[in-house]
Design a protein around this ligand. Structure first.
Ligand SMILES: [Zn+2]
Length: 119
């Protein structure tokens, strides 16, 4: 008979006979809102570039991009919905900047400012 400490009531329970009131249910919600995320259809009709038809339903529009959903029989790729955020470009440090930093560090040490050791 193995016992474990319960994190819900902070007492010991038998592993094979765990009380139902102490079973923690992990939340799978992506936010605190008590509502699932809804992906709405278009407010205005959108023309498919694959077959020229207008759609208000996103699933129907994307169906027209598939090879079996347009008269050309070509699978089209939807572009423009990618995440285009990138990290800012870091420019390399120059010799002059290194010399300035070294001069500042030397000046601090000569004034008696001893830097704290980092762990
Ligand atoms: Zn418990």
């Amino acid at each position: 008979m193995t016992q474990r400490l319960c994190r819900v009531c902070m007492s010991w329970h038998d592993v094979e006979n765990w009380p139902p009131k102490c079973v923690s249910v992990r939340s799978v919600a992506r936010s605190d809102l008590p509502f699932p995320q809804l992906i709405r259809d278009f407010d205005e009709p959108v023309q498919s570039m694959a077959d020229g038809q207008f759609y208000t339903n996103k699933a129907a529009l994307r169906r027209s991009y598939r090879a079996d959903g347009n008269p050309q029989g070509i699978a089209y790729e939807e572009v423009g919905s990618q995440d285009t955020r990138t990290a800012p470009e870091r420019k390399p440090i120059t010799e002059a900047e290194v010399a300035t930093l070294l001069d500042k560090a030397e000046a601090k040490i000569s004034r008696g400012e001893i830097p704290q050791a980092t762990t």
